[in-house]
Design a protein around this ligand. Structure first.
Ligand code: SAH
Ligand code: SF4
Ligand code: F3S
Length: 438
């Protein structure tokens, strides 16, 4: 078979990064191998995100610039997958006449046949959801690709319908992958040298709840922890309402589970949380934080926060700031509310001006900078184990990640990349720390 080249651009969350691996595997079946540049590519695929309007607009911008690429190479095929593809379907082919094919989030297995049709000049969109058991057969067990750290998908979709969020509409119903396949993938990863796995899903805490007889998330974690070779376990994303006592117990007695949890709170005011349909109150959330901290005193919390949700008052916003202080997050990802198609919140009255929203965003970012700074300062003088991930910014430096998900730069040999190191934290910095080996 002739070797053809595909250039894949991935946007959005880790779910899309994982899907891009599957897209690469599907494309190999029809003779394509990946290339980092668009120059010399026979096909371009955009794996898209539509969580906020900006993410979606960006895709249209890139598709527009592809016209220039097509002038240079008229045979170039352009495909769009991911959440914008799922949202728009056929419409996308109409909006973008130079687009060859569109595949939805449940249709990765159809890529080979779609590409063959596109090579024959056909324009196709496949975006049907497969919201039944057969979808479980569409999770190939992926072998190791080298590296020390790996993501393993344990579930897909989301049934929570937070009122602002498009994910349930573009990813479909929540489905938990079979435990035997997850464990096989973890074992294969461990055998190939992986030491850290991150279990991935929109909503990992509700793993297994909808299938009945399989393990729940806490039980799955224990099974993953028992796989020889795996030394660190992370997971993403946790929904606060589903943090259970058995999961909290895992933090107390399973050392391999890292001292970090991404626990998006979104807002600090009960009124806003309710309109967001989050399913917990501020005090429910804080109680869970307290229990997790009791189980694992050095645990680091990170969060997602939305500012400028429709009707968010200054007082509501102050509640978000005070909650951030109370938890003492090590990091937050902050977003200005963006109305999304089909979602309930898109039709709510929204009187806050863009400038006010921007000011709130700036305030959250400034507060987080202070909180991160405090945490890093408090860690100066402590000895931490890091998993070394790469070369640092300064000459001779490498960097590693602590169990709490903080970065430490230190002088050391590049040969250490992929192994554990003990470092003494000697200095704090706004986004990382400086350490010394030994
Ligand atoms: N449970 C998910 C969340 C996905 S979206 C997960 O697996 O990570 C990531 C974050 O984007 C959300 O936590 C939320 O803070 C933000 N977000 C989602 N929809 C948004 C919207 N319409 N406007 C602004 N931010 C949004
Ligand atoms: Fe979106 Fe809420 Fe589901 Fe997360 S839990 S993906 S924020 S609907
Ligand atoms: Fe974006 Fe889709 Fe992920 S909307 S955040 S790529 S699930």
């Amino acid at each position: 078979m002739v070797d053809k080249k595909v250039h894949i651009q991935t946007f959005g969350c880790q779910m899309n990064v994982s899907d891009s691996e599957k897209i690469v595997a599907a494309l190999r079946q029809v003779g394509y191998s990946p290339t980092d540049t668009i120059d010399g590519a026979d096909m371009v695929i955009l794996n898209t995100c539509s969580v906020r309007a900006k993410a979606e607009e960006r895709i249209y911008g890139i598709l527009h610039t592809m016209k220039g690429e097509l002038k240079r190479n008229p045979r170039l095929l352009i495909g769009v997958g991911g959440c914008v593809a799922q949202q728009e379907g056929e419409r996308l082919l109409k909006k973008v006449p130079h687009l060859s094919f569109v595949f939805g989030t449940h249709n990765l297995h159809l890529i080979p046949q779609m590409v063959l049709a596109a090579e024959d000049g056909k324009r196709i969109a496949e975006t049907d959801f497969i919201d039944n058991e057969t979808r479980l057969d569409l999770f190939p067990v992926l072998g190791g690709t080298g590296g020390v750290s790996r993501f393993v998908t344990i579930m897909q979709g989301c049934d929570n319908f937070c009122s602002y969020c498009i994910v349930p509409y573009v990813r479909g119903r929540e489905i938990s992958r079979r435990p035997a396949e997850i464990l096989e993938e973890v074992r294969m990863a461990a055998d190939s040298g992986v030491r850290e796995v991150t279990l991935l899903g929109q909503n990992v805490n509700s793993y297994g709840l909808k299938v009945g007889d399989g393990p729940n998330f806490a039980a799955l974690l224990r099974q993953v922890a028992a796989v020889p070779g795996i030394e660190r376990i992370r997971f993403m994303t946790s929904h606060p309402k589903d943090i259970s006592k058995p999961l909290i117990d895992c933090f107390a007695d399973q050392e391999k589970i890292c001292s970090h949890i991404h626990l998006p709170v979104q807002a600090g005011s009960d009124r806003v949380l309710q309109i967001m349909n989050r399913g917990y109150t501020r005090s429910d959330y804080l109680r869970k934080v307290e229990s997790l901290r009791a189980a694992r005193p050095d645990i680091c919390f990170t969060s997602d926060i939305i500012v400028g949700f429709p009707g968010e008052t200054e007082a509501d916003f102050r509640d978000t700031l005070s909650l951030m202080e109370e938890v003492g997050y090590s990091d937050t990802y902050t977003f200005i509310f963006s109305p999304r198609p089909e979602t309930k919140a898109a039709s709510l009255e929204d009187k806050t001006t863009r400038a006010e929203k921007q000011a709130r965003l700036d305030e959250v970012i400034a507060l987080q900078r202070k909180l991160t700074g405090n945490l890093h300062r408090a860690l100066v003088g402590s000895r931490l184990q890091v998993l070394v991930e790469g070369v640092g910014r300064h000459e001779g430096q490498i960097y590693g990640r602590t169990s709490g998900n903080r970065i430490v730069n230190f002088t050391g040999p590049v040969e250490m990349i992929g192994s554990f190191a003990d470092v003494l934290v000697v200095k704090d910095a706004p986004n990382s720390m400086l350490g010394e080996m030994g």
